[in-house]
Design a protein around this ligand. Structure first.
Ligand SMILES: O=P(O)(O)O[C@@H]1C[C@H](O)[C@@H](CO)O1
Ligand SMILES: O=c1cc[nH]c(=O)[nH]1
Length: 308
């Protein structure tokens, strides 16, 4: 790979960095239940996609497509959104105009599978100038619960910003490099009259929700409250604002694919104060909407700038 291949360029089509793909008569995007047997259909259905928004839960992503439809003034008849991945129960894929809304499940392996297939889908559909977002939830570190954190750096449990994988028995490291312009533009989508704050910060991305996030309430735990609080202090020393489970892989894969990407997560609790999530369902739903609002404002600005 030369350095140019890694440059994120807004005007390039979505590429697939795999020479073997060309020799497939039909490519089966198995986990989203789509294939290339009718490639023109993929282009017709998805060729206008400019923004792909990922989030863990299928119902959140179904809610997001309703929200974005309303925000963009689409689907005025109120039809139920179509799940294009309905042939599988692994993930969901919805579409509202130029926006695709995709669930990724929990953790980087689950994210990576759907990410591969969505990149290929965007490629086959001949999409251009596509931006990816992760709109998620997280645990805050000394941040008011309900705040939105825009990830300006993602690190793993050893504070490394490399996403590590094993390929053919070898360890491969891919850097998670944040698109600073995109983060700045998203930050500008926060408003003074928002009833929540939007902050930029470092996100720690873990392999697990319990032990790896220093929780004392999992099924396993070999440390005590004092150890946990010492670790929390270390996180603060590294300017870590929140913890979740996908940002590192997501940003590294975006970079590797040459796609602009950003992560916006609401914090559900302050980990300096508690381990368990006590926010009630109505409030959780409102809070989950906050990163969606920011991304929607960004999308509307972009669409306005391009077409309005
Ligand atoms: O997008 P979501 O809310 O799924 O992100 C976080 C990180 C894990 O996937 C999950 C853990 O509860 O929430
Ligand atoms: O504490 C939390 C909350 C949401 N998601 C996480 O990964 N951690």
């Amino acid at each position: 790979m030369n350095s140019e291949q890694n440059v994120v360029c807004a005007k390039t089509p979505v590429r697939v960095r795999n020479p073997h793909i060309k020799s497939l008569s039909v490519d089966h995007l198995y986990h989203i239940a789509l294939d290339t047997s009718d490639i023109n259909k993929l282009e017709t259905l998805f060729g206008d996609v400019k923004f792909v928004c990922f989030g863990g839960s299928p119902s959140r992503m179904e809610g997001f497509v309703d929200y974005i439809n309303r925000e963009l003034g689409l689907n005025e008849n109120g039809h139920c959104p179509q799940n294009y991945a309905a042939g599988t129960d692994r993930y969901c894929v919805y579409k509202a105009g130029p926006v695709l809304s995709v669930s990724h499940g929990i953790g980087m392996p689950s994210l990576s599978v759907v990410f591969n297939e969505i990149v290929k889908l965007m490629h086959y559909a001949k999409c251009r100038d596509v931006t990816f977002f992760r709109i998620g939830t997280s645990g805050g570190i000394g941040v008011e619960p309900g705040s939105v954190v825009l990830t300006e750096k993602a690190v793993d449990g050893e504070f490394s910003h490399f996403y590590k994988m094993f390929i053919l028995g070898k360890r491969v490291e891919r850097p998670a490099i944040v698109d600073e312009d995109l983060i700045r533009d998203l930050e500008a989508c926060g408003r003074d009259d928002d009833d929540f704050q939007t902050v930029k910060g470092t996100t720690m991305c873990t392999e697990d929700f319990y032990e790896c996030q220093a929780r004392l309430d999992g099924a396993f735990c070999d440390f005590n409250e004092e150890d946990k609080m010492a670790f929390m202090q270390t996180l603060k020393d590294h300017n870590i604002c929140n913890i979740e489970m996908e940002s590192l892989g997501f940003l590294a894969l975006c970079r590797h694919a040459g796609i602009k990407g950003a992560v916006a997560c609401v914090t559900l609790l302050d980990r300096l104060k508690q381990d368990y999530i006590t926010v009630d369902i109505p409030k959780l739903k409102l809070w989950q909407l906050r990163p969606q609002m920011l991304i929607s404002r960004y999308i509307k600005k972009k669409i306005g700038a391009e077409f309005g």
